[in-house]
Design a protein around this ligand. Structure first.
Ligand code: ADP
Ligand code: MG
Length: 559
C-alpha cells in the first residue's frame, strides 16, 4: 500500500518521548489497553445505532507475552481500522498530539511531574518498544492493514491477511525494557491500571475447579478445567446506581479495591453527579486512630474506569485525604500541572461538591441513627474536626452533626451543650464556660472535683483540639473553653454560698505555704477551695491562657 515519512516538525520524536516519559514509562500498557477498550466500546455504540451491521458478541481484550520472541501483544475485537484510517489516526492525528506535547513541554520542563500524566496515547508504546506493529481489520468490508515503525519517523503500511475484526498491537520490547516480558510485571500493571475497565481483559489462563458431581464417592478428587484468566471487573460498584447496591455490595467493593485491608469501613458515601460536571465514586470512612497513622491505601482517581493516580491533592479537599475509595471523572484535567489544577474552576467545583456531599451524608447518618453515629464518633472525629478547621464550607454544616462528648460518654451537639451548661457554668462576665479534659486518666482528680460541683466535663482529646477550640471561641462570642485542670474555679459563679473550709485560717495558710514551696509559683496556683471536696484536699492549677500558649507553640500556632 504505502510507506512514507511521518509529518512531524522535529526529526525524531522518539528520543524525546523516551526521555521525558521515562519515570512513568509503565503507562504504555494503560494507554494501549485504553485504546483497545475505546475501539470495543465504539463498535458497541455503532452496532447499537445500526451503523455497524456486525455481530457485537462478547468481545474481550487479550494481553499476551511472547517471551521467546521478546514481543508483547495487545489484541482487541473492536472496530478496527482501514488503511486509510491508520494513515489518519496513527500517522497524522497522533503526531499532532505529539506536537502538542512538545508545545506543552516547552514551558513545563521544570515541572517534570506533569509529564507522567500526559497521555501520549499510542506513541507511548515507543517508551518500551524498539519497533511497533499494528495489524488491524476494520468492521467495514475492507482489507486488513499492517503498519510498522521502528521508532524513526519512517513507517511502512502494507496489506495484511488478518481475517478477524479488530486490532493487534505488537510491541518488540527494547533491550532496556525487558521487564515488560515478565508475567508478574504485566499482571501488576494490569491490576494497577486496568482492574475496573469496562471490557473484559484476558491475561493467560487459570485452573478452575469443576463442580463436584452429585454421585461423587468418597474418593472423588476435584477436577479442574483451564479457563480464561480475566483480570478486571468490568462493572465496578461505583458505576452502578446507589439504589441497586446493598450495604454488603459496598463492603465487598471496599475489599476488592483494597485486598490487603481486613477491617470493615465505617460507612460509605456514594457520589453521583452529572451536572455541571460528571463525577461518580464511592468514598469510605475507614476506622481511624487519633494518631493519624500514615496511610498507604488512598483514594484512587479514575477517568472512565481507567486508573490515573492515587494523588488526589487539589481534587479532594485535604481533610478527606484520610478517606478511601474511588473518584471517577472525565472532567478532571489530568495532563496539567498541580498549580493549574488548583486554579481550575471545575476542579474547585468538584472539591466543593465532595465537601458538601460528605457533610450531607454525615448529617443524614446522624439523623437516621444517632446512637450508631455516636459509637463511631471516636473513629471519625479527627477527620471532621480537621474539616471544620480547613474547609469553611464544611464548617458551616458541621453544627448539625459534630459532637462534643462528655467524660461520661454523653454526646452533645454544640447547641445542645450550650443549652445544658448555661445555667450552671456561666462566669462573672456572662460567658458560658465549657470545661474539658484532654486526658481522662491524668486529669482524673480535676474531673472528679468539677463533677462534684455539678459541672459537665467534656473529653476533647484530638491532637488538633486546641485549634478547634480557638475557632469555636472566635465564632461564638459568649463561649469560652477551659481545661479542667486550669483556673476555672475562680471564674465560675458558685451557686451555693461560699463554702467554709474545715481547716482554720491559720492551718490553711500554713498548708498553702508548704505547697507553694513545692510547686513553682510562677506557673501554677495552689487552690484550697477544693478543701470541701471529697475527691481532693486541694488542687494545683495553671492559668488556661498560659497552658494554651505553650500548647500552641508546640503544635505550630493558631488554626
Ligand atoms: P487517543 O486515544 O487519545 O485518541 P491515541 O494516540 O491513543 O490517542 O490513539 C490515536 C487514535 O488511533 C485513536 O483515536 C484511534 O482512532 C486509533 N486507535 C488506536 N488504537 C486503536 C485500536 N486498538 N483500535 C482502533 N483504533 C485505534
Ligand atoms: Mg488513547
Amino acid at each position: 500500500m504505502s510507506s512514507g515519512k511521518i509529518n512531524v516538525s522535529v526529526e525524531n520524536i522518539f528520543p524525546l518521548i523516551k526521555k521525558f516519559l521515562y519515570s512513568d514509562h509503565e503507562i504504555f500498557l494503560r494507554e494501549l489497553v485504553s485504546n483497545a477498550t475505546d475501539a470495543t466500546l465504539k463498535l458497541k455504540h455503532l452496532t447499537s445505532i445500526g451503523e455497524a451491521k456486525v455481530e457485537y458478541g462478547n468481545p474481550m481484550i487479550e494481553v499476551k507475552i511472547d517471551k521467546d520472541n521478546k514481543k508483547l501483544h495487545i489484541i482487541d475485537q473492536g472496530l478496527g481500522m482501514t488503511a486509510e484510517e491508520v494513515e489518519k489516526y496513527i500517522n497524522q492525528i497522533a503526531f499532532s498530539g505529539a506536537e502538542e506535547f512538545l508545545e506543552k513541554y516547552k514551558d513545563s520542563a521544570k515541572d517534570s511531574g506533569i509529564i507522567g500524566h500526559f497521555g501520549l496515547g499510542f506513541y507511548s508504546a515507543f517508551m518500551v518498544a524498539s519497533k511497533v506493529e499494528i495489524i488491524t481489520k476494520s468492521f467495514k468490508d475492507e482489507p486488513a492493514a499492517h503498519w510498522s515503525c521502528d521508532g524513526s519517523p519512517e513507517f511502512s503500511l502494507i496489506e495484511s491477511d488478518k481475517k478477524e475484526r479488530g486490532t493487534e498491537i505488537i510491541l518488540h520490547i527494547a533491550e532496556d525494557s525487558l521487564e515488560f516480558l515478565e508475567e508478574f510485571k504485566i499482571r501488576e500493571l494490569l491490576t494497577k491500571y486496568n482492574k475496573f475497565m469496562p471490557v473484559p481483559i484476558k491475561f493467560g489462563t487459570k485452573q478452575e475447579a469443576l463442580p463436584k458431581p452429585e454421585d461423587a464417592g468418597d474418593d472423588y478428587r476435584t477436577e479442574y478445567k483451564e479457563v480464561d484468566n480475566i483480570i478486571n471487573n468490568p462493572n465496578p460498584a461505583w458505576t452502578k446506581q446507589p439504589t441497586d447496591l446493598k450495604e454488603e455490595d459496598y463492603k465487598a467493593f471496599y475489599h476488592e479495591l483494597y485486598p490487603m485491608q481486613f477491617e470493615e469501613p465505617l460507612f460509605n458515601i456514594h457520589l453521583n453527579v452529572d451536572y455541571p460536571f460528571n463525577l461518580t465514586g464511592i468514598l469510605y470512612f475507614p476506622k481511624m486512630s487519633a494518631d493519624l497513622q500514615i496511610q498507604k491505601d488512598k483514594i484512587q482517581l479514575y477517568q472512565n474506569q481507567v486508573f490515573v493516580t492515587d494523588n488526589v491533592e487539589g481534587i479532594v479537599p485535604e481533610f478527606l485525604g484520610m478517606l478511601r475509595g474511588v473518584i471517577d471523572s472525565p472532567d478532571i484535567p489530568l495532563n496539567v500541572s498541580r498549580s493549574y489544577l488548583q486554579a481550575d474552576g471545575n476542579v474547585k467545583k468538584i472539591s466543593n461538591y465532595i465537601t458538601r456531599k460528605v457533610a450531607d451524608k454525615l448529617k443524614s447518618l446522624f439523623n437516621e441513627n444517632r446512637e450508631d453515629f455516636e459509637q463511631k464518633w471516636n473513629d471519625i472525629k479527627i477527620v471532621l474536626e480537621y474539616g471544620m478547621l480547613s474547609e469553611p464550607k464544611f464548617y458551616e454544616k458541621a453544627g448539625d452533626f459534630v459532637l462534643y462528648p462528655s467524660v461520661d460518654d454523653k454526646y452533645y451537639t454544640l447547641a445542645e451543650l450550650k443549652e445544658a451548661i448555661t445555667p450552671n457554668q456561666t462566669d462573672k462576665n456572662g460567658k458560658v464556660v465549657v470545661l474539658y479534659a484532654s486526658n481522662k486518666e491524668a486529669q482524673h482528680g480535676y474531673i472528679e472535683i468539677a463533677k462534684e460541683k455539678g459541672y459537665e466535663v467534656l473529653l476533647l482529646d484530638s491532637p488538633i483540639v486546641s485549634h478547634l477550640i480557638q475557632k469555636l471561641e472566635a465564632d461564638n462570642e459568649n463561649l469560652t473553653f477551659t481545661r479542667v485542670d486550669s483556673d476555672h474555679i475562680d471564674k465560675l459563679i458558685q451557686k451555693e454560698e461560699e463554702q467554709i473550709s474545715k481547716l482554720s485560717e491559720e492551718e490553711s495558710t500554713k498548708l498553702k505555704t508548704v505547697l507553694e514551696e513545692i510547686v513553682p509559683k510562677t506557673t501554677y496556683t495552689v487552690q484550697l477551695e477544693a478543701m470541701d471536696s471529697k475527691a481532693a484536699p486541694f488542687i494545683i492549677t495553671q492559668p488556661e491562657f498560659m497552658r494554651r500558649m505553650k500548647e500552641m507553640s508546640q503544635t505550630g500556632g493558631g488554626g
